[in-house]
Write a protein that binds this ligand. Structure first.
Ligand SMILES: Nc1ncnc2c1ncn2[C@@H]1O[C@H](COP(=O)(O)OP(=O)(O)OP(=O)(O)O)[C@@H](O)[C@H]1O
Length: 259
C-alpha cells in the first residue's frame, strides 16, 4: 500500500506493509490472512489480548521466522527478498530483557554499534545524543545490573535506535513495569515520533496505552479485526470509544493496565 505525501503528491512507500500473512505452528494457525499497512512518521498500536498473535507477527516482521504465506515490506523492501535492506530500516525492542547485566550501559551499547559497523567516535556521539533523549545521560558507565526495569527498557530503546532506523518495533515494552515507568516509556517513545519523525509499531495487550491521535491495528485470534486511526475504528464499530469498539469487535473485555 502506498501513501501520498500531502506536500508534493509524491507516492511514498508505507513504513510497514503486511499483506495476506498467515503463520502456523505445526497444525495450529497463529495468524490468518493478516493485512494492514502503517504510514511513516506515526505511532501505531498493535492491540491484542494474550495469544492474539502479536509476537508471532513481530517475529515475522523482524525476520526471526521466514514468511511462508503472504508478504511483508519495510519502506518498500520485501523482508524475504531483500532482508538486508529491510532490516537496516528496522529497530526492535523484544519483550524479554536482553541487556548483558555484567556490562556497563556504554559497553552494551558500543558493542551493538560495532555490530552495525558504526565507528567508535560516531558511536559515542550517537549514544550520548540518544541517552539525553531518554533522560539517562548520567548512567553511561553504570553496570546494567544497577538499573531499574524501566531504565533497562530505555537503554534497550537507545540500542534499537543506534543505527538510525526509521521504523521501531516494540513488543510489550511496558510489561513488568510500574505505572509511572510505563507512562514514562510511552511518553519517551511518543516524543521520539514527534521529534525525529520515526514510525513506531507498539504491540500491547493494554487498551489504556492507546491514545486518541494514534493509529491502531486490532489483532484477535490471529486476525485483524480493524485498523486505522482510533477515530476511524471507533466510528466503524459504531461505538463511543476505543474500549467499547474493542468489546464490540472481539466480544471480550479489553485488558487494562491501570488499577
Ligand atoms: N513456538 C510456538 N509453538 C506453538 N505455538 C505457539 C508458539 N508461539 C506461539 N504459539 C501460539 O500462537 C498463538 C499466538 O501467540 P503469540 O505469542 O504470537 O501471541 P501474543 O499476542 O504475542 O501473546 P502474548 O501477549 O501472550 O505474548 C498462541 O495461541 C500461542 O499459543
Amino acid at each position: 500500500m502506498q501513501h501520498v505525501n500531502a506536500n508534493d503528491g509524491v507516492s511514498l512507500p508505507a513504513a510497514l506493509d503486511v499483506s495476506k500473512v498467515s503463520h502456523f505452528y505445526g497444525k495450529q494457525q497463529a495468524l490468518s490472512g493478516v493485512s494492514f499497512s502503517i504510514a511513516a512518521g506515526h505511532f501505531t498500536v498493535l492491540l491484542g489480548l494474550n495469544g492474539a498473535g502479536k509476537t508471532t507477527l513481530l517475529s515475522l516482521i523482524s525476520h526471526l521466522y521466514n514468511t511462508r504465506q503472504g508478504s511483508i515490506r519495510i519502506f518498500g523492501h520485501d523482508i524475504s527478498r531483500e532482508p538486508g535492506e529491510a532490516l537496516r530500516r528496522l529497530g526492535i525492542v523484544f519483550q524479554a530483557r536482553t541487556l548483558d547485566l555484567d556490562l556497563s550501559v556504554y559497553q552494551n551499547l558500543s558493542y551493538h554499534a560495532s555490530l552495525h559497523g558504526i565507528g567508535r567516535e560516531q558511536a559515542m556521539e550517537r549514544i550520548k545524543t540518544l541517552l539525553a533523549q531518554v533522560n539517562m545521560s548520567d548512567r553511561l558507565y553504570d553496570k546494567a545490573r544497577s538499573l531499574s526495569g524501566g531504565q533497562m527498557r530505555r537503554i534497550e530503546i537507545v540500542r534499537a535506535l543506534l543505527h538510525r532506523p526509521p521504523l521501531l518495533l516494540l513488543d510489550e515494552a511496558t510489561v513488568g513495569l510500574d505505572i509511572q515507568s510505563r507512562a514514562e516509556i510511552l511518553a519517551t517513545i511518543r516524543e521520539l515520533v514527534a521529534a525525529d519523525g520515526i514510525s513506531v509499531f507498539w504491540a500491547t495487550h493494554l487498551i489504556d496505552e492507546v491514545e486518541e491521535g494514534d493509529n491502531v491495528v486490532i489483532l484477535h485470534k490471529g486476525r485483524v479485526l480493524a485498523d486505522g486511526t482510533v477515530d476511524d475504528v471507533v466510528r466503524s464499530a459504531g461505538t463511543d470509544g476505543i474500549r467499547q469498539a474493542f468489546v464490540a469487535l472481539t466480544g471480550l473485555a479489553p485488558a487494562e493496565g491501570a488499577p
